[in-house]
Write a protein that binds this ligand. Structure first.
Ligand code: ATP
Ligand code: MG
Length: 235
């Protein structure tokens, strides 16, 4: 195992009934690094995030975080160690305000008022602090979801399709935000369909198909790889 890797995932498998959603996925990620995770619909990207964050337990394979096996730990233990994630479809407490949503999440880290205030500023949510989460548009809900994950002070942040539905200006700012988070030392796994957005963030990607890695390396090389082209264009 590489001593510099914060996250080491080896040969993860997960099935749902007869369907093999993960089929031997391996990847490594260092602190401060951004790794893109791409693949067609249904290739297992969200399942990978669910298994690494503890929503599901893998059928086989290992997950080491900071040298420690975490694959058997429940979600809240992994969150305490520093693993957090966003959701492909954000799930805020809709009847609570933006601030209140962060106050609840802050229970995990002990973050106080100052830190919540800074987090709201950082995610451009300060003007919306008193608004009910249900009244936010989708871009604002994505920023709230990211704020909720950040207030738990993650060392590993798993990001599931934050770019979907953002306009070009919002995309630019979201890319900046993610790069600022990584530059503070957080390891980022970024699941994304929008390759132009991913290209702003990182050159290193893992491409998945049918629950396994079919490519690992620079995004530009992936874009010329015959197997990658084949799965995205459907043969
Ligand atoms: N809880 C579950 N029960 C049954 N099947 C599931 C479950 N979660 C995921 N799957 C199936 O596993 C496969 C992989 O799903 P997953 O959500 O990981 O794909 P994805 O790569 O994130 O796709 P997308 O790009 O559409 O978000 C899909 O066929 C999905 O229907
Ligand atoms: Mg998904």
């Amino acid at each position: 195992m590489s001593p510099s890797a914060l996250l080491v995932v080896e040969r993860l498998s997960k099935h749902f009934g007869a369907f093999q959603a993960l089929d031997g996925l391996s990847l490594k990620l260092a602190s401060g690094e951004i790794l893109g995770l791409v693949g067609p619909n249904g290739s297992g990207k969200t399942t990978a995030i669910n298994v690494i964050s503890g929503v599901y337990t893998a059928d086989a394979g290992t997950i080491h975080f900071d040298g420690q096996p975490v694959g058997g730990l429940p979600i809240h233990r992994r969150a305490h160690l520093g693993i957090n994630r966003t959701f492909q479809v954000p799930k805020p407490f809709k009847g609570l305000t933006v601030s209140e949503n962060l106050e609840i999440a802050a229970v995990y880290s002990g973050a106080g008022r100052d830190e919540i205030g800074k987090c709201l500023e950082f995610l451009e949510l300060a003007p919306l602090a008193g608004r009910e989460a249900a009244s936010l548009n989708s871009a604002q809900q994505k920023r709230l979801d990211l704020a909720r994950a950040l207030i738990a002070r993650p060392r590993l942040l798993l990001v599931d399709e934050l770019a979907a539905g953002l306009n070009p200006a919002e995309l630019q700012r979201m890319a900046q935000t993610l790069m600022t988070i990584a530059s503070s030392g957080v390891a980022l796994l970024v699941v994304e369909h929008l390759l132009s957005f991913l290209r702003e963030l990182t050159s290193r990607v893992v491409v998945m198909d049918a629950g396994r890695e079919i490519f690992e390396g620079p995004l530009d090389v992936a874009a010329r790889d015959p197997q990658v082209i084949d799965i995205f264009l459907g043969g």
